[in-house]
Design a protein around this ligand. Structure first.
Ligand code: UDP
Length: 389
């Protein structure tokens, strides 16, 4: 990385040049009691992400690719960088439109999910080699001296991993739930399912309370759970898993659409819930901005969701909810725009397009020829029987 960018990032200074570490940051805001100026300002600044509503050229998420590959733009990606990265993930190669990978992998189901997506675009890809991290946590800490490249589904501002769509967009597995032991469901199906659930309950009929269900995977979630205990008429937030403490049953994504205000928090990394709950046509309150997925920076605070700082107190969350109740029309408009964005610009074809553009741009930076590894196996379409698991 250029030294200037390293220094800016070390001090968490966001510059006009948009360093990787600084990108996506929601400008810190004071918890003022009047949010209308934030909303008006955000709407004034907002420009549609694509010149055509159907975004045929995948412009909507293009900046994220450019930003993530930025650190490699000058010197490219050398053979020795690839050699160092290999120990941090699964090595994939695309050669003449066929996909190969190392035979032994951690999380084979997650790999199968990603492969499902890649097989659909293999014919359009250049010869390329990349390292896919299928663990939860990103692998390239900023200022560690190690530069990657490693592809990860979720990164924080302290990581240099290149973001790629999460394995959970695809069909083969997905994170298991009590009622859905085979996973939360393929995104193409879940989109339709959630849009149908949203259509069943109009804004006026949604319960005007905040709602959250999930694991205690981050203590950031505690504040809302405390508020829920104190003001159950304002928030229903409970843990479905919390070591040594009382928990409640999980609620399917579609059940979330009954409520007006849905909370999203980072967990171990970014939570997969964000894209689902945005499809409820409820207002999403997105707490904290540490963890990102590839589509997060295309969503704009106050335009598509309401941002809240990760250190928000019980009182400030309470004030925010009371405020939103009093400004019901504004809340409904943000909820509608959040739905429209995910419905129009986070289709399966957008996810596939992201993979295609990412790999095409990344391949241009590779300074070494892709040489087929003799022990690698070719990735092929899963049979129906395997796809169930
Ligand atoms: N989830 C759900 N209903 C619940 C609890 C969780 O749909 O009652 C979903 C949640 O939205 C997320 C996944 O299950 O997509 C895992 O949730 P958890 O809180 O365990 O982890 P996270 O990924 O949010 O840290």
């Amino acid at each position: 990385l250029p030294l200037a960018l390293l220094l800016l990032c070390a001090f968490q200074v966001c510059s006009a040049s948009e360093g990787k570490c600084c990108a996506n940051r929601v400008a810190p805001w004071n918890f003022s009691l009047d949010f209308v100026p934030h909303i008006l300002h955000a709407l004034d600044q907002y420009r549609p992400c694509s010149s055509q509503p159907s975004d045929p050229d995948c412009e909507c998420h293009a900046l994220t690719i450019r930003r993530d590959l930025g650190p490699y733009a000058e010197a490219g990606i050398t053979r020795s960088m690839m050699a160092q990265s290999r120990r941090l993930g699964v090595v994939y190669q695309v050669i003449d439109g066929r996909i190969y990978r190392q035979p032994e992998v951690p999380h084979p189901k997650r790999c199968a999910d990603v492969e499902d997506m890649l097989l659909g675009i293999a014919g359009e890809l250049p010869n390329v080699e990349f390292i896919l991290n299928v663990r939860d946590w990103p692998q390239v800490p900023f200022l560690s001296g190690f530069t990657g490249p490693v592809f990860s589904h979720s990164v924080s501002h302290q990581h240099l991993d290149i973001m790629c769509p999460a394995w959970s967009f695809s069909s083969v597995s997905g994170p298991p739930l009590q009622r859905f032991p085979h996973g939360i469901g393929q995104w193409g199906h879940m989109r339709r399912h959630m849009a149908a659930a949203a259509a069943q309950v109009s804004w006026e009929h949604k319960q005007p309370i905040g709602f959250f269900r999930g694991t205690r995977s981050s203590t950031e979630r505690d504040t809302l759970v405390r508020l829920s205990r104190r003001s159950p008429d304002l928030v229903d937030a409970q843990y479905t898993s919390n070591v040594g403490a009382e928990t409640v049953d999980e609620v399917p994504f579609s059940g979330h659409c009954q409520y007006k205000y849905l909370f999203n928090f980072g967990g171990i990394t970014a939570s997969f819930r964000l894209r689902h709950i945005l499809l409820c046509k409820s207002l999403v309150l997105h707490v904290g901005d540490q963890w990102q997925e590839f589509f997060y920076s295309s969503l704009k605070p106050w335009v598509h969701y309401v941002p809240a700082p990760s250190n928000a107190t019980v009182e400030s969350l309470e004030q925010l909810l009371v405020y939103l109740r009093l400004h019901d029309d504004l809340a409904e408009e943000i909820a509608e725009r959040g739905f429209q964005f995910v419905w129009q610009h986070l289709r399966l074809q957008d996810v596939q397009c992201y993979w295609r553009n990412l790999l095409q741009e990344y391949a241009k930076l590779l300074k070494c020829r892709v040489e087929q590894e003799p022990e690698f196996i070719e990735v092929r379409k899963q049979t129906k029987a395997l796809q169930k698991f």
